[in-house]
Write a protein of this length. Sequence first.
Length: 338
Amino acid sequence: MDELNIKLISNSQCALGEGPSFDHRNDTFYQVDCLKNKIIKITFKGSEEVPTNKIATLDNPSTTIHDCSEIRSIQQRDFDEMVTIVIPIIEDENTLLISLGKKLAIFNFDDNIIEDFFDFSDVLEGQGVRFNDGKCDANGRLFIGSMCVDERGESVAGKGSLFRLDGRKLTRIFPNTNISNGIAWTKDNKTMYFNDSGDRVIYRFDYDLNSGEISNGRALIDLREKELEGAKEAGVECPDGMTIDSEDKLWISLWGGGRLIRFDPITCQVLHSIETGSSQTTSVCNGRLFGHDALFVTSAYKSTDLIKRNSGATFVVYSNKGNFIHIYSHFFKRSLMG
């Protein structure tokens, strides 16, 4: 793989930047700031050459994405409840699938209205239980996890689950998780990966795309037993958000580790490690910038980070020499809800 570059594109210091997604139909990047109950939308001008001095480097953040001529617009929307996912919808470029606490909603960003919502309080029972990370498979079917937070703001082990949305019904497919997070599927759609950040485990499942069923679940790697290569400290790194490339290699953001890794799920080796300077690196999605494949990386703010400007920032990883991902994340198919 060609040498990769990481650039700072927004140092807005998200309290908890998460849920990144990229809509290649209109060159638009979305993310949420969970703790501030907001969605952020950045629209790029499209396929252009990589500029040499218009995006800040990690060492010299004098220019942020807000000053970059390649940006068409930056917008945000605020909500009354925590938002953890923002996923473009196949049938309409202006609408998004979002989570609001224990609800899922169809949100029209341009009109700033919720077109429809679905309350799953009867499934996500108990105080402190809410939705967390989610992704769609190649058929546009939503998988979304939950977690439980106690009065101290700490996650409660065993109170989370992984769900599948079947029509308008939420089906629990993997119970007793801690912090349900990143999800990814192989190119042939026969394998699904899933991160439980709280337990520090990456799971692997056999997957049936036609039915959406998972089977033969097993731990791919348990970081409580074996740390990832390059970890600076034992017991700190947690696999958080995740995506996959065309070679079926996983890109995993490591909460507590301040880095993004490219991970081979066959050999369980770390192939690349990219430092972000933000210790709480939260998630990653596939996208495009300047006409090339790119990875958009989110993070959360932590006051003790040595590089303050990178804490809670958003980054882009790209190669000057061309494409290296060749795959986009899947969108939500609204018609599946009937």
